[in-house]
Design a protein around this ligand. Sequence first.
Ligand code: CAA
Ligand code: NAP
Length: 247
Amino acid sequence: MAQRVAVVTGGMGGIGEAICMKLAAAGHKVVTTYSPGNTRSGEWLAAMKTKGYTFHAYQVDVTDFDACQQAVATIQSEVGPIDILVNNAGITKDASFKKMGKADWDAVMRTNLDSVFNMSKPVCDGMVERGWGRVINVSSVNGQKGAFGQTNYSAAKAGMHGFTKALALEVARKGVTVNTISPGYIATKMVLAVPKEVMDTKILPQIPLGRLGKPEEVGALVAFLCSEDAGYFTGANLAMNGGQHMQ
Ligand code: CAA
Ligand code: NAP
């Protein structure tokens, strides 16, 4: 199996870390990005090292187009041409629509959706030229079904599907696949921010499997989509939500 260079945005977060580990286990050279606000990158890299993982890490604000271009150029010259891009960085700023401010809307759109353009743009041409590539966009069940308190997040995550399908059409002939995954509620700090009462009364009862998903379950799905065996998936959305939303 060829060793690929994989970039995972937000790879030090709950799901991102699991994606990095599964891609490394699949034999890939893994680069994570981290945000300018992250003060634990050195600590994280050291902790990963003790578990047997050697990751490369670059700081970039995914909302900043110029910074993404710069980071991609640096990664390609220091680590190698990027074959796999996992657009995983994301945030929530939940509020009912009547309470949602413009700043909450903008921050979520910029971090979850603009970021996909900002990172894919400098990476995609190289994949096309080399005739192989995988772009995986991490969306959400709430981009499919909507969620109370998430007009911003649901819109951004739904937007990823349109982006995925359009780009998939453009690059399919060149050996590049573009897919979205839509995890349900996964046990990370993003979900732990949901008020316990809301989680227990409004969310968990709607999950037939009766539990939150595990980050490693998402990581395994991403690693599969990056494999040669998944070469016939493109423009697809793979849902993984414990039965919370069946389509
Ligand atoms: N369904 C129906 N009604 C709901 C509701 C829900 N999910 N959540 C809140 N409400 C109701 C309350 O019961 C309350 O009703 P009453 O007025 O009749 O008492 C009313 O809405 C409260 O409205 P407010 O505008 O005052 O809301 P709030 O300030 O109390 O907070 C909220 C609302 C921010 C949405 C809060 O309920 C919340 O954080 N909910 C969780 C949202 C959520 O699921 N986020 C997902 C985060 S994880 C993630 O995003 C990862 C992923 O991809 C899956
Ligand atoms: P998380 O632990 O909070 O991780 C989010 C990551 O995004 C962090 O690592 C953070 O980087 C990065 N990030 C945020 N803003 C950034 C910015 N401006 N520039 C660069 N990086 C930025 O959350 P998670 O649960 O792992 O979520 C990962 C992805 O999965 C998100 O896109 C989320 O929407 C999606 N998702 C989550 C769930 C869930 O239930 N948890 C379900 C479906 C989809 P730093 O750590 O470096 O700050």
